[in-house]
Structures are given as structure tokens and as C-alpha cells.
Design a protein around this ligand. Structure first.
Ligand code: DGT
Ligand code: CA
Length: 614
């Protein structure tokens, strides 16, 4: 019998690690903190199913898991939370846990700052650092003080913004709510969300009605609104229960297309378009497109663009990165769409740190209409994530062959691996094992602190490895949480181009890495991308939509995405790479220059780079 877990194994491990940190912050007995950290490590190392262990009441058999910790794991699994954790968190100054997100501040230093200077919040810490109070503290100094100030600046930026993946759901629900109203004739999500930006400040909504006061009153009284920030007849701002602000602008049906364009932005795109309008003797704003006093009637955004002799520019491209010039030449890209995606790579199974077996993953992919999946569990160096030793790899390949046999060709599972890129740039298996995979995703998971030069050399070396197929999450960033490691991304893109390798758009909403700005750069160099969910459980398939938003924002077309190839197409792509690897490995001189299938088409429409500071 299974108990049904409210949290995944990974989430339980994360909760234990957080408990260890909280205990350190509280300066409980250091052994107690270490006990939780040790228990977390033992859980990570276990290969068998945690749910089954709990159901059998056998948690106590795990090394480092005593009765007290076992009970807490059971509570976490059964209820999704832990009373002890809640109480501990409440007993520590509110800002201390947040301070852990500032690089170079650990529990010890945070406690020390509290004892010496009474610093309980990030704001107090910022003030103290600005007043040079950290200069003379033992173990601190000017360099650390500056690092802390820089960390606080990043933290404040993070606080003001939300992940696309967090905001898009509530935004679409609000749009549906608006559309269900009889007085509303049109409603859209606008702003940075409509443009598919990776993080957003707020939710912008636009609605058309002939009865603005009624709609304004309705919106302000929504049960989703935890607070009403501002309320007029044309604009209402609320704070949602999730803590995100949502602005509704209310316009007349005639004004709607102009307002939709205006409030979609970006500011930079709007400014450039207004300049173009000026050259046509027109004035453009949220109320209309005017020649003198006369409004040029447009029933849609398409008609507004047409009035300026432009093709319709998809919202994702509206960043003034060359889209207006391309629209004028009728050379906009045909952006990739969800239906173009034929299969899913970068999938973790239960063999490493995923929650599901290969059959269940394949069945879910089939149910969603995909033709193939590629399993890519962690490699041996990633022991913390249950990385596969060579024997595990061989077993997994036999399992995949068996399942593929049962599918009889209607669906295909590719054999892959997410191989760690070791600090010196080598991959985490010998050539014999590497050669046994259909594809290899190379990934940095350790030693993030290298110099820019070393990290660039490390990753470029991995790109040059004949067995590498795809580079995973190239910058290692976690949006609103961790900055990218130091890296010359242009050198990495050049290396991908030189060796015919693919770069991943990791679709996890926290990563969205490769960044869309660099996708444009990759496209100019003829480097293909793969939209990869990096999924660890079945609902991870939902991440695809976030990755596709990034791909679209990065000007990617169907032909630019590896996993828009059908089964036969991707099979021969993998095979071509492997043939070449075999040539390299035997010192052969197989047609190296001539290889690079389909990589040469430099989209006519790719803009010159005009990368804004991030
Ligand atoms: P965000 O909210 O920081 O994620 O980014 P946006 O683009 O959603 O910015 P937001 O919410 O301030 O405004 C939404 C759009 O409305 C923006 O992209 C362009 C337009 N807009 C708003 N205020 C102004 C303004 O003062 N001037 C111009 N040109 N456009 C504006
Ligand atoms: Ca916005």
C-alpha cells in the first residue's frame, strides 16, 4: 500500500536542508543541524522509492535517519508541511532567512551581525553597510561589505519581479473572468506577459466595454483581490492573493486595438513605432492613429501595422531588436508553435532524481501527442542526484530496448544522459559509455565559482567533445535567485556553431536558459536550440510552453529547433553526430567541414544584435 506523498523526494530533501539552515541560524546545537543535513544526504543517495519506504515504516533503516527525523519526514510526506519547521522559522528574525540569499552571507555571519549590530532585516543590513559599519567587524572588511551591498541590490531587484510561470496562470484566469462578463466585448493580457518576458513586474490587463464604471466596480470586488490599490473608471489596480499586482485598463471598443498595442509595449518598440508613424505624417498613442485630428480607423493590431506598411509583428518580438525593420521587408520569422514540437528530450526518470518510471513518462508523452522522448538521467559525478554508474546505464538501455520493442515503432524512446561537465571540461564517462547513448546533454552542476576564462574554456572544451550533442542550461542562472556564473556566452555559441552542437532552452520557469537575447545570437550563427523541459515529474511536460515562449521571443522558427524534427529526422541527426564522433575517436578524417546538417541557413530575418543591458 502506498501513502501518497504530498511532496516529492526532492522537496522533502529541500525541506530537511532548510531545517538544517534554520537550526544554524538559531544556533541550536550544531550536531542537530548537521543531523538534518546528513539525513538529507542519505535520502539523496537512496535509489529505492521513498514512498514505498515510508509506507513500509522502514525510514529508520536509512543511515542518519533516527526516530525524530523519520517522524518529520512522514509528516512532510503526508501533509506537505511541518509544524516544527513553521515554529522554528517564526522564532528567527524575519530577515535572517532572506539574508541567506545574499552571496557570502552564511548563518554564522548573519548571527554575528545580529549579535554585534542587532541586524534583523535586509534593510537594516543595507543601511549598516552603507554607513560602513561592517568595515571593522572581525572577518568582514571593505571587499565583503561591497559584495554584500551588491547582493542586496540583486535581492531587491528579485523582490520586485515575478517569474513568467507564476504570473501567466493568474493572468489568463483573470482574462477569462473578464471575457465572461456581458458588458465586455474584448479582453487581453498585455504588457511584458503578452510579450513572453521571463520575469514580469505585474499583470497588465485590457478590456473593452461601453460601460466602464460597471466593469471597474466588478473588477475591484473580485474575490481574487486581496487589496484594491487604485480605482478609477478607466484603471483599476488590485493585489492578488498570490501577491502579484494586476492593472486593468478599461477602454471603448473603438479604442481597443490602439490601446492593446500601446499597453503591450515594450516601451522601446512603441517609441520606435511612433517615430515611424511620424515619418508617415501620423501621430500614434493609446487612443488612436491620427492624421491631424482625424483618426485612421483600425479594427485590429494587424490594421494598425498595415497602416504603417508593416506586417503584423507578434507580441514576443516587440522589443525593438530589429522587428520593425524585418516587418517592413516582410521578412519576419515564422515563429515556432507548440504543435511544431515533435518530441521531448531532457527527461529524468526514477533511475536518477526523477519521480517516474520510463514507461509512465513515455505514456504521458504519447498522451500529449509527442512522437518520441529522450531519457537523460544524471551521470555518475552527480551522486547527490542518484547519478548513473556504468552498470545502471547498461540496465537502463536494456529496459529502453524492451519498451521500444513493445511500441513496435509507433513511439520511440531515445537513450540519453545528462553528463556532468567536469571542472576541466571532460565529460563524466569514458568513451565507450558515451558512445552507447543516442545523445548526450552536457551540463555544469558544480564548481560555479570559476573565473570567466576558466568557465568559458571548460564549457567550450565540452562543446568540442565529439560525444556532446546538447549543452544544458548554459549559464546556470536561476531567475530571481541566482545570477549566471561568469561566462563568455558568445564564445560558447561560437563553439556550438563550430562543432555543430545544439544549445538547450531549458524550459524550467526558474531557468529559461539559454536567454532569449542569446537565442537571437545563436540563430545568427546557425546554432540550433532544443526546447527542453528538464522534467523530473509528469507535470514537468507543462514547462514546454515556457520554453516555447522563450524560443519565440528569441526569433526561433521550426527549422531552428532540434525537437521540431520528427523521429526519423532526429534519429539521423543523432546518427550523423555519432558517425562523426566515431571518426574523431578513431582519429579518422571524416568529412568534418562538410558536416553541419541544416545548420547553414542563416535566417534572412535575423536582426543585427542590439542587446540591451540586462
Ligand atoms: P514589466 O511590467 O516591468 O514587466 O514590463 P511592462 O512592459 O509590462 O511595463 P509596464 O507594466 O510598466 O507597462 C506596460 C506597457 O505599457 C509598456 O510595455 C508600454 C506601455 N506603457 C506604459 N507606460 C508607458 C509610458 O509612460 N510610456 C510609454 N511609451 N509606454 C508606456
Ligand atoms: Ca507590466
Amino acid at each position: 500500500m502506498t501513502v501518497g506523498m504530498k511532496l516529492s523526494k526532492q522537496e522533502i530533501i529541500a525541506a530537511l536542508d532548510e531545517l538544517a539552515l534554520l537550526l544554524e541560524l538559531k544556533e541550536e546545537n550544531p550536531f542537530k543541524s548537521r543531523a538534518y543535513a546528513n539525513a538529507a544526504r542519505s535520502l539523496e543517495a537512496r535509489e529505492d522509492d521513498l514512498e514505498a519506504i515510508i509506507a513500509a515504516g522502514r525510514l529508520g533503516e536509512i543511515k542518519g535517519v533516527g526516530t525524530a527525523i523519520a517522524r518529520k519526514i512522514e509528516e512532510l510526506a503526508a501533509t506537505g508541511e511541518l509544524r516544527y519547521h513553521r515554529e522554528l522559522k517564526a522564532s528567527i528574525p524575519s530577515g535572517h532567512f532572506e539574508m541567506l540569499r545574499i552571496p557570502s552571507l552564511g548563518p554564522k555571519r548573519i548571527r554575528f551581525l545580529y549579535e554585534k549590530l542587532g541586524i534583523a532585516t535586509v534593510g537594516e543590513l543595507e543601511y549598516a553597510a552603507q554607513e560602513n559599519r561592517l568595515l571593522d567587524l572581525p572577518g568582514f572588511g571593505r571587499k565583503l561589505q561591497e559584495k554584500i551591498l551588491a547582493g542586496i541590490a540583486a535581492l531587491k531587484h528579485y523582490r520586485e519581479r515575478r517569474l513568467y510561470g507564476e504570473a501567466i496562470g493568474p493572468a489568463l484566469r483573470l482574462q477569462a473572468t473578464l471575457l465572461s462578463r456581458p458588458e465586455v466585448s474584448a479582453a487581453d493580457v498585455a504588457g511584458s506577459l503578452r510579450r513572453g518576458n521571463e520575469t514580469v513586474k505585474d499583470i497588465d490587463l485590457l478590456a473593452a466595454t461601453t460601460d466602464p464604471p460597471r466593469l471597474a466596480a466588478y473588477f475591484a470586488s473580485l474575490p481574487e483581490a486581496a487589496a484594491v490599490i487604485a480605482r478609477g473608471d478607466t484603471k483599476v489596480s488590485i493585489t492578488l492573493r498570490e501577491g502579484i499586482n494586476a492593472d486593468l485598463r478599461i477602454v471603448s471598443p473603438l479604442q481597443y486595438p490602439y490601446a492593446l498595442h500601446h499597453f503591450t509595449g515594450s516601451r522601446e518598440h512603441n517609441t520606435a513605432l511612433r517615430e515611424r508613424a511620424k515619418r508617415y505624417g501620423l501621430k500614434m498613442n493609446e487612443y488612436g492613429l491620427f492624421r491631424g485630428e482625424e483618426n485612421i480607423p483600425c479594427r485590429s493590431e494587424e490594421e494598425i501595422f498595415a497602416a504603417l506598411e508593416l506586417a503584423f509583428i507578434p507580441p514576443e518580438l516587440r522589443e525593438n531588436m530589429g522587428e520593425i525593420e524585418a516587418a517592413a521587408r516582410n521578412a519576419l520569422p515564422h515563429l515556432v508553435e507548440p504543435n511544431d514540437i515533435k518530441g521531448i528530450l531532457h527527461i529524468h526518470s526514477r533511475a536518477s532524481d526523477g519521480a517516474d518510471g520510463i514507461e509512465a513518462l513515455a505514456a504521458e508523452a504519447r498522451r500529449r501527442g509527442y512522437e518520441y522522448i529522450g531519457i537523460s538521467d544524471h551521470s555518475q559525478a552527480a551522486a547527490y542526484a542518484g547519478g548513473l554508474i556504468p552498470e545502471d546505464v547498461r540496465e537502463q538501455h536494456e529496459e529502453i530496448d524492451r519498451i521500444n520493442g513493445r511500441y513496435g515503432g509507433v513511439f520511440h524512446i531515445f537513450k540519453g544522459i545528462e553528463a556532468d561537465i567536469l571542472p576541466d571540461g571532460r565529460l563524466d564517462y569514458d568513451e565507450e559509455i558515451l558512445a552507447s547513448f543516442d545523445f548526450v546533454i552536457a551540463a555544469v552542476h558544480s564548481h560555479f565559482q570559476m573565473s570567466e576564462e576558466d568557465m568559458t574554456r571548460r564549457i567550450c572544451r565540452a562543446m568540442a567533445n565529439p560525444f556532446t550533442t546538447i549543452l544544458a542550461h548554459p549559464t546556470g542562472r536561476l531567475l530571481l535567485a541566482r545570477e549566471p556564473y561568469a561566462l563568455r556566452i558568445d564564445a560558447v555559441i561560437d563553439a556550438a556553431a563550430a562543432h555543430g552542437k545544439v544549445i538547450e532552452i531549458n524550459a524550467n520557469p526558474l531557468r529559461l536558459d539559454l536567454d532569449w537575447r542569446h537565442c537571437i545570437q545563436a540563430k545568427r550563427k546557425g546554432v540550433k536550440v532544443a526546447v527542453n523541459p528538464d522534467l523530473h515529474r509528469l507535470d514537468g511536460f507543462d514547462y514546454l510552453e515556457y520554453g516555447i515562449a522563450v524560443a519565440r521571443k528569441g526569433w526561433q522558427e521550426k527549422g531552428d529547433c532540434l525537437n521540431c524534427l520528427d523521429t526519423e529526422g532526429i534519429k539521423s541527426f543523432f546518427q550523423d553526430l555519432k558517425n562523426r564522433a566515431r571518426g574523431d575517436a578513431t582519429g579518422g578524417k571524416e568529412d568534418r567541414a562538410g558536416w553541419r546538417p541544416e545548420q547553414q541557413h542563416l535566417g534572412e530575418s535575423v536582426p543585427m544584435l542590439n542587446l540591451r543591458d540586462r
